[in-house]
Design a protein around this ligand. Structure first.
Ligand SMILES: Cc1cc2nc3c(=O)[nH]c(=O)nc-3n(C[C@H](O)[C@H](O)[C@H](O)COP(=O)(O)OP(=O)(O)OC[C@H]3O[C@@H](n4cnc5c(N)ncnc54)[C@H](O)[C@@H]3O)c2cc1C
Length: 381
């Protein structure tokens, strides 16, 4: 009997899965990719897009041709529920989809629980699709309002890249905008070497961004710092770290303490052998992995192999994360900082290196024209 493989989320790892399925097409299975948008936006290029170095089309991958080549079906919808006991996912449209084998690559959400009171003044970095729509509106609003004030919350890599990209975009548009960066008491780039932190601090200061190393809480008017000062804001951009999707909590799958799907070295659920996951959505039972695109990308081929091995019979492989990951941080203009363990560097050449890697990633998955696969799309009502 035909088996149904459901791929939930068009994330980095599933790009490799679609590629592998295309290489090993089989009539013995149905494959369904469920994801809200036809295009997968690439976070690595988002700061460069904000800063004006890329068009939207440079930073995204059209999933439809990959799905077509894989002999699969694309369902534009979002998973909002999962019952691992009944082997089914529930979609935003109300539809229920049965699976024999499920793979999750839905990423994570921005944790904004303590900023929600800001209402329309709050713009979380994720979901990226919404951010791509909203950011041009922020620039228009800043143009329309002299004295516009932006607060970026989050001192990690995403927060730093966003604040420097925003400053560059405003300066290019001839706007004078007050920009504050709230980085908590842990400061900039916790976990990176002190030389990297020093390089980025210098660039943040040169950009005229006011840095606050304090805890903060949202208010209807802006952000209240732990020393009692209010940073009034027209917009608060949140790059406040990841949190797991709430619906995982009701799935009956075993989760980590912080709510992520717990997987083994083969990226298989520790509680349900017909569920696999890669990327931000999962936590390894045996190791701590940063929530970064690097792991989502590198685990992809292993996930692909393991899904095919489960369907066809075969030995599963383990994903062995490298001890250190290379981070290339975009810093506003075409200038970037490299961070790899204790080693660091910066310059226009680092930007060109990052640009080459990012463009190569996009082109690897963008071999065919968009129009080819339009007929494959299915959007639930
Ligand atoms: C500004 C910024 C810059 C970054 N730069 C880097 C970098 O340079 N290097 C790096 O390693 N990491 C970087 N990261 C981190 C990186 O974005 C994430 O770790 C990475 O995207 C995780 O990949 P993923 O495949 O798990 O999920 P995603 O890339 O988030 O993909 C998830 C997919 O699932 C879909 N989806 C979401 N919810 C559902 C649902 N309920 N049902 C179905 N589909 C769903 C989404 O539409 C999307 O297609 C950056 C993050 C940000 C915010």
């Amino acid at each position: 009997m035909k088996k149904t493989l459901v791929l939930a989320g068009g994330g980095h790892a599933h790009l490799s899965v679609l590629r592998a399925l295309a290489d090993q097409r089989s009539a013995a299975r149905d494959v369904l990719l469920i994801t809200p948008e036809r295009h997968q936006n690439y976070s690595g290029m988002l700061p460069g897009w904000m800063a004006g170095h890329y068009a939207v089309s440079d930073c995204r991958i059209d999933l439809a041709p990959l799905v077509q080549a894989a002999g699969a079906q694309l369902l534009l919808d979002a998973v909002v529920g999962l019952d691992a006991a009944r082997h089914c996912v529930v979609l935003n449209s109300g539809r229920q989809v049965h699976y024999d084998l499920l793979s999750l690559d839905v990423g994570s959400e921005t944790n904004t629980s303590w900023l929600q009171v800001l209402g329309a003044k709050l713009l979380p970095i994720k979901p990226l699709d919404a951010f791509f729509t909203q950011w041009p509106r922020v620039v228009s609003a800043a143009k329309a309002k002299p004295g516009y004030r932006l607060v970026v919350v989050g001192g990690g890599a995403a927060g730093v890249e966003m604040v420097l990209a925003a400053q560059h975009a405003f300066a290019n548009a001839g706007l004078v905008v007050q920009i504050d960066l709230v980085a908590s008491e842990h400061g900039l780039l916790p976990g990176h070497a002190s030389a990297v932190q020093a390089r980025v601090l210098r660039l943040v200061q040169q950009a005229g961004v006011s840095l606050h190393r304090q805890r903060a809480v949202g208010t209807p008017d802006g952000v209240l710092l732990s020393d009692g000062r209010l940073l009034a804001a027209d917009l608060v951009l949140a790059a406040t770290g990841a949190r797991a999707a709430v619906w995982l909590g009701l799935s009956k799958l075993r989760l980590s303490q912080d709510g992520y799907l717990l997987v083994d070295q083969q990226h298989r659920s520790v509680s349900h052998p017909n569920v696999f996951a890669a990327g931000d959505v999962c936590a390894r039972a045996d190791a701590t992995l940063q929530r970064s695109g690097v792991h989502a990308v590198h685990a992809g081929p292993v996930l692909a192999h393991n899904l095919l091995a489960t369907l066809n019979g075969g030995t599963l492989h383990s994903y062995a994360p490298k001890r250190r990951s290379l981070y290339l941080l975009a810093c506003g203009p075409r200038y970037a900082v490299a961070s790899w363990g204790r080693w660091s560097a910066e310059g226009q050449w680092v930007w060109r290196w990052k640009d080459w890697i990012d463009r190569r990633f996009i082109s690897r998955f963008s071999a065919r024209p968009e129009s080819d696969a339009a007929s494959l799309l299915e959007r639930t009502p």
